[in-house]
Design a protein around this ligand. Sequence first.
Ligand code: AMP
Length: 280
Amino acid sequence: MRIESTVRGVRAFVDAARREGRSVGLVPTMGAFHAGHLSLMRRAVADNDVTVVSLFVNPTQFGPQEDFSQYPRDLEGDAQKAREAGVSLIFAPSEEEMYPPGACTWVTVDRLTEGLCGRYRPGHFRGVTTVVTKLLNVVQPDRAYFGEKDYQQLQVIRRMVRDLLIPVEIIAQPTVREPDGLAMSSRNAYLSPEERQAAVRLPQALQAAADLVRQGATGADAVRRALELLQSEPLLRPQYVEAVDPETLEDRSASGAPLVLAAAVMVGKTRLIDNIRVNG
Ligand code: AMP
């Protein structure tokens, strides 16, 4: 497995693979790999001849009060895990490599970025769509892999690729969870033992709410139930629970399945998100 820090180096590697007729998969990440990241990598390795994993803690998707400087970084440990997963190349660029001096060009997706996390993280999705566009331009993969854990991000990227006619297939992987149901996240490392225990209420609340919808309740009933359960755990401060259309992310509180129940909570200083899809 190679590690490259320059756009030039990645392009040379990918060009050589393409000349030999090999297919290329890309898995964009911010590192601190856990089983969720590894499931994306394994899927990419299974689907493609060559798998590139980008590892870049993207400053433009963090707000000024957010955890950019503390975000866990472990290139050596990550490289080991990626190698074991069969990854061909890690692209770990510097900030200057991704944002050349004077950079002032942004990619923005309207509408889908306005609700859910967009309301609580102004500018976040603009940072995500801009960096993902750059990564797609650098690697020009046949397929790119994203987790359903970040459901809004996944739908925003699908929309962006369609709207900008970017020639790549977007492939989603289901959320990988801890044995008690908590979605794996690099940010779980911030939780104290008490907070970690309380955090399990997030998937439990969404699961209970999803069960209600399966029994015929509306999105609004489900949201109310989830909020009750979240609020009864003193260490959790819910930001939102919403019932939305699985594709457009428009409000679906008045209707039943199919919908996605999505939530964000603060646990101390840590922000956690999760979602569950209820099919019709
Ligand atoms: P991140 O490093 O947090 O930016 O995540 C990189 C990719 O891994 C994104 O597409 C995430 O949606 C995905 N991902 C993160 N956590 C999980 C998880 N628990 N299960 C599946 N995919 C995940």
